[in-house]
Design a protein around this ligand. Structure first.
Ligand code: SF4
Length: 432
């Protein structure tokens, strides 16, 4: 891998008549982020610019283990090298970060502003040891009575998939994140944890964007996260989520047993999934589950299936039975998560009693099920909610039209009718 040209991949994609993402307010900073450099790249730059190669080690130590966010703060470097580095690279690609804490400090949502003004989000969730017995955290990791710190990170600014229950989907797609922009969400959270003498234990690619549509950079990020010289987190502590990009799942499978695959399923039947996960119009649910099954068989790693539970939409006995049929006998674990309310849908989360009934029907088929709850609902912990709020709410009439459209689409789906709309623009097979 070489340093990326941040301008190499064009932004794309308004879709479905949704409000486009708030456009970048200024050009992107062309200097690559240090964390996105390939191993050896900084040493080569030092040598090529007449500096001792060991200086690279000092910079990378500061980047991965220090609290500095600018080269000027790395006092072990001579001033001339600091200035040369600053002209060529960025030590931190997060131009600004605002933290909002909730759940008594157990959830910290970070709103990051990128160099071109776009906003992305990451969420740091703390799981004290006492909360974990018998439970699973957002990464699906079983509690072993030790505390965990799980970070949910974004892979794109906006998202082209357009799931109607998701605030990021409502924003539309702006652009793929650079590798350093993905990794600097992690470094930002780790700096906050380090101040308390703590360490990230799990990372989940479940924030804004579809990770498998920016797969090259997601894989480069995972390589850096795994690398003991850089972040040094074991692959088993990393989860990559997808809404069902089948070629991307196959590519992950070919890489072998590395990290946990999570599939955002949300419905087991095609007509409803066409509406809830519009990518289903390109890769129907049977194809997605077949690819995930192949991944589990090849890697020996259990696949996690995520179901956002929407009252009266995807939570009926028939939906539970369809899910049981779809996954029966698979190396699979299902997470049921009542939906967070978002402004542009008329939907609400499924009541807990109904979620429990749904879980029991699926468990009766021998499938492991966990009920989870979104953290930080009062700070908009559903992905994209904060960024959407900062982008400005759409007018009431636009919200009303969207709601009417979603109601009409879901009503047709509940009658068993497949969508005749195309798959979302910008969700082709390209992977970054
Ligand atoms: S749920 Fe995920 S895939 Fe769907 S629109 Fe939101 S970010 Fe994109």
């Amino acid at each position: 891998m070489t340093a990326e040209d941040p301008a190499a991949k064009p932004a794309n994609v308004p879709l479905f008549g949704l409000r486009p993402a708030p456009s970048a307010v200024r050009p992107r900073d062309p200097r690559p982020g240090i964390s996105g450099l390939a191993p050896g790249e900084l040493e080569a730059w030092m040598t090529a610019n007449g500096h001792p190669a060991f200086r690279a080690r000092q910079v990378l130590d500061a980047a991965w283990r220090g609290k500095q966010t600018t080269f000027a703060e790395i006092h072990t470097l001579p001033p001339a090298i600091r200035e040369a580095l600053d002209a060529a690279f960025r030590l931190d690609t997060m131009a600004e970060t605002e933290i909002l804490a909730t759940d008594g400090g157990l959830t910290e949502k970070a709103l990051h502003r990128l160099s071109d003004g776009l906003l992305i989000e990451s969420v740091l969730m703390h799981y004290p040891a006492r909360d974990l017995a018998g439970a699973r955290d957002a990464a699906g990791a079983r509690g072993a009575n030790r505390e965990r710190h799980t970070l949910c990170i974004s892979s794109q600014a906006g998202c082209a998939v357009g799931c109607p229950f998701c605030a990021t989907g409502e924003l539309g797609m702006e652009r793929d994140l650079e590798t350093a922009e993905i990794l600097d969400q992690v470094r930002n959270a780790q700096r906050r944890l380090t101040a308390d003498g703590k360490r990230l234990t799990n990372i989940v690619f479940m924030g804004m964007g579809e990770p498998l549509l920016n797969l090259d950079r997601v894989l480069a990020s995972i390589e850096a996260l795994n690398d003991p010289v850089r972040f040094g987190l074991g692959a088993r502590h990393i989860t990559v989520s997808t809404s069902g990009v089948v070629p991307g799942i196959r590519r992950l499978t070919a890489l072998g047993p590395q990290f946990t695959l999570a599939v955002s399923l949300h419905a087991a039947r095609n007509p409803l999934r066409d509406v809830l996960v519009p990518l289903n119009r390109r890769w129907p649910v049977e194809e997605v589950v077949a690819a995930a099954r192949e991944h589990a068989a090849t890697t020996g790693r259990r696949v996690t299936y995520e179901m956002t539970m929407i009252d009266g939409i995807n939570d009926t006995d028939g939906d539970a039975d369809a899910l049981a049929v779809l996954l029966r006998g698979d190396l699979a674990h299902v997470n049921l998560i009542p939906m967070n309310q978002v402004a542009h849908t008329p939907w609400t989360g499924t009541p807990i009693a109904v979620v429990e009934r749904f879980a029991e029907r699926v468990r009766a088929a021998g499938i492991a099920v966990t009920i989870r709850f979104n953290r930080g609902t009062e700070i908009g912990a559903a992905c994209g909610q904060l960024a959407a709020e900062h982008a400005g709410q759409p007018t009431p009439i636009v919200v009303q039209r969207r709601r009417e459209r979603i109601v009409a689409q879901s009503a047709a789906a509940l009658r068993g009718e497949r969508s005749d709309e195309p798959a979302p623009a910008g969700t082709g097979e390209g992977s970054g």
